[in-house]
Design a protein around this ligand. Structure first.
Ligand code: 5AD
Ligand code: SF4
Length: 488
């Protein structure tokens, strides 16, 4: 592994015992090292480190981060820590952070203020940050300068080393900063403590090689590394045996799965093999329009247990902006793919991500985006104002559009998106759909779950139905959820 190691940076009372600086410029030159697959293991003597102590993890960001936190929780429990219900009572606090937009950063820094107070009251509390922000050089420097009360910082590439990092942080009373500037090997069999007993996230790959000009992920998560298909299938078979009904295959760009493997095996092969395990429901996120093949569409439409739900980020409908974003497709090729998906996959629901206010986006560019939205009539969409991420090419582009204009565009876009979301849901009125009941709904007395098209449904049903896939008749629809009742 190419690691840069700096020894013994000392400052006020605490010592960084060793530190690996994330280097943005070098991240683009991907290491040629062959990615190996290794097994997770924990030293026996670390298994009692957390006896009598509790932990609390606050997770920000995407499903990938949620799953990382599931791994971290299980590792901590192997070390005898128990989960605390609230942060204020925990002996160990970890923030698993997201770097995707400025507001994700701000939330974490706000939380660090609270943790500082907590540590003043209870100096023995161990607190640290991990995740994508920890992979950013600027963030690590700021922590070393302004957040010296923290005890540990580790990144996205070394979660499996948490037992050793934590032991050092606890025993040495020094700030332990261990962030790898370069991705390492794939570590199999890291345990996971999943919130749900019925649906599970399964990583199929790590990192991303696309380098869209606005995006921090290829730096924070490293180069693309696909897991071996046999390891993925084995994990899913075990989940199925344990009673899981649904898996969501996770990757930054799942359609490129397998491109970095020595074997001739791609996402359509993986989907076929996952479908053949017989697990009831299979979702996958996130797709990049560039790598979406006809074979994938065919496989999705062929297997009943691959759900007709595709998240297909558009980002912009303007060819000029798409080029500046480095997306490598055009409005026309996106629409062609979109219609192919709609034609070939029965009852498919398609959602998207859109960024407004990319540097230099004109009214005409924005109108091109609206044109695509009006044509695709998405089931729903996540919409964002462009947020410059330090070190990315887009952060250096001239951005002279006032925030006010960007906000107006976002509101206008959201109004249109919401109108189509409601229209899409209205088509479900009176229909019977299959719902995996997950647990209690925030609407009192009801259960909640999702359809195979990822629609949130509140259902009148008894609690013993949780974990079952049931037929539900839709009785009421809104833009973001629907209500229904079980029919036999
Ligand atoms: N600014 C705004 N939105 C962003 N996204 C990624 N990077 C940025 C950024 N710098 C959005 C994209 C992506 C989603 C996960 O977050 O739309 O698909
Ligand atoms: Fe997920 Fe990207 Fe945020 Fe990291 S930066 S948590 S990969 S969305």
């Amino acid at each position: 592994m190419n690691k840069q190691i700096n020894y013994g940076i000392i400052f006020k009372g605490k010592e960084v015992i060793y530190m690996l600086i994330p280097e943005r410029e070098k991240a683009k030159i991907r290491s040629k090292n062959k990615v190996l697959t290794k097994e997770y293991k924990i030293d026996d003597e670390l298994k009692e480190l957390g006896l009598g102590k509790t932990y609390f993890i606050k997770t920000y960001g995407c499903q990938m981060n949620v799953h990382d936190s599931e791994n971290i929780k299980a590792i901590l429990e192997e070390m005898s820590f128990k989960e605390a219900l609230v942060m204020e009572e925990a002996d160990l606090i970890l923030l698993n952070t997201c770097a995707i937009r400025e507001n994700a950063h701000n939330k974490v820094f706000g939380m660090l203020g609270r943790i500082k107070h907590l540590k003043e009251e209870r100096p023995n509390v161990i607190a640290g940050i991990c995740g994508c922000m920890a992979q950013e050089e600027g963030v690590v420097s700021l922590i070393l300068e302004k957040y010296k009360f923290l005890d540990l910082v580790f990144g996205t590439h070394n979660i499996h080393e948490l037992p050793l990092i934590l032991e050092k942080a606890i025993n040495s009373k020094k700030m332990e900063v261990q962030v790898y500037s370069c991705e390492g090997d794939i570590i199999e069999n890291i345990p996971a403590k999943r919130d749900s007993k019925y649906k599970a996230f399964v990583n199929i790959m790590y990192g991303c090689d696309k380098f869209c000009t606005y995006c921090i992920v290829p730096y924070t998560r490293g180069k693309q590394r696909s897991r071996n298909p046999k390891d993925i299938i084995r994990e899913i078979e075990k989940l199925k045996e344990a009673g899981y009904k649904e898996v969501t295959l996770l990757g930054q760009n799942v359609n490129a799965y397998g491109k970095d493997l020595d074997i001739n095996y791609d996402m359509s092969n993986l989907l076929t093999d996952v479908a053949s395990t017989g697990i009831s429901r299979i979702f996958f996120v996130t797709s990049h329009p560039w790598d979406f093949t006809d074979e994938m569409i065919e496989v999705i439409s062929k297997y009943d247990n691959i759900m007709p739900y595709i998240h297909l980020p558009l980002q912009s409908g303007s060819n000029r902006i798409l080029k500046l974003m480095g997306r490598r497709y055009t409005k026309e090729s996106y629409l062609e793919l979109f219609h192919k998906i709609k034609d070939k996959i029965k009852n498919v629901s398609v959602t998207t991500d859109i960024i407004v206010g990319f540097p230099g986006e004109t009214d005409d560019d924005f109108n091109d985006t609206l044109d695509v939205v009006n044509e695709c009539k998405y089931d729903s969409a996540f919409t964002f104002i462009f947020s410059p991420r330090e070190g990315t090419p887009a952060s250096k582009m001239k951005d002279d559009i006032p925030l006010e204009v960007k906000e107006k565009r976002l509101y206008k876009l959201n109004d249109i998106i919401n109108k189509y979301a409601l229209e899409a849901n209205q088509k479900y009125m009176g229909k019977i759909v299959k719902v995996l009941l997950e647990g209690e709904s925030s609407k009192g007395g009801l259960l909640m779950g999702y359809t195979d098209t990822m629609k949130l449904i509140n259902v009148k049903a008894s609690k013993d139905k949780v974990g079952e896939i049931v037929n539900v008749k839709i009785t009421n629809v809104q833009s973001f959820s629907m209500d229904g009742e079980i029919v036999e």
